[in-house]
Write a protein that binds this ligand. Sequence first.
Ligand code: PMP
Length: 360
Amino acid sequence: MSRVFNFSPGPAVLPLEVLEQAREDLPDWLGSGMSVMEVSHRSKAFLAVAEAAEGSLRELLDIGDDYAVLFLQGGATMQFALVPMNISRPGDSVDYLLTGSWSNKALKEAKLIRAVNVVADGADSNYTDVPDASTWSLNPEAAYFHYTPNETIGGVEIHEPPEVGEVPIVADMSSTILSRPIDVGRFGVIYAGAQKNVGPAGLTIVIIRRDLLDKAPADLPKIMRYKSQADSGSMLNTPPTFAWYLAGLVFDWLKRQGGLEAMGQANRRKAALLYKAIDESNFYSNPVAEAYRSWMNVPFVLADASLDADFLAKAEQSGLTNLKGHRSVGGMRASIYNAMPEEGVRTLIEFMADFERTNA
Ligand code: PMP
């Protein structure tokens, strides 16, 4: 078997140990003669898996009892709509900070539902920088403040939660959750599609301060209501059982790696190595302001874009896959989530140096 170094932005690389455990469990899970996919979500055995996964996530992120943890479907995109539907009421205004493609997508959905105040927009810098907080027009009456801590496409990351007074902070952590310790108490809602740092696509994690569960208008359908999901243990209907099980294996793997403190150090180191290599070369460049460079998604361009196709083909031949940048920005993007080992980053850097020597 040969595994490649997979730099996909998502669905993304998973730890090999997790895949091997899943392979072993698959035909005969816990001696049941069935796979985990073939049992009821309400069976004792599955409920134990679900509870253990939630427990591990709570332990990893140090989530207090004043927060509910939901395991939902519909992806982060569903949350773009469910957040305004649940955390604000007709007549409310909501705050959005724009830092790239994903925050703009979240804004578009919110606009269909509520009055929106754009706090600041990084468009002037072509989303390579975040407007200074002193220029933001925060609304102290906003029902919530939404931002995207890590813009997966532009590689722009806000490393500390912003100061927004008493307004609850809602964060789309799809591409940064579990990459380092965070202070959950700073947030009203955290949501994340699973397919980067958590597990397979099809699962969405929502962490919500319990007092916000009661904000939803009375006419919101049950399936869209965070409160009903929390009351039913995310089992209002059939949850994505296999993804939930696999997320539990990833959480256990994270604990074995030393938890989020260790993960954060490893991720910081990996990103620093790659940015250093890019900055020291005259052939590769990354446009993002240094303070906002992402630890998870590192976009870079070649000095000569006509070499892009050759770069990608040769990288692929060297076992370095999915490096093509998003179509909206072009160039390359290396996504270096938790499951990408430092060896993968070092191999990429060596490949980049070789390619530069032959083509510069
Ligand atoms: N937000 C961010 C930051 C993302 O990176 C993505 C997916 N790449 C999404 C939202 C959309 O997620 P989903 O496909 O799970 O709806």
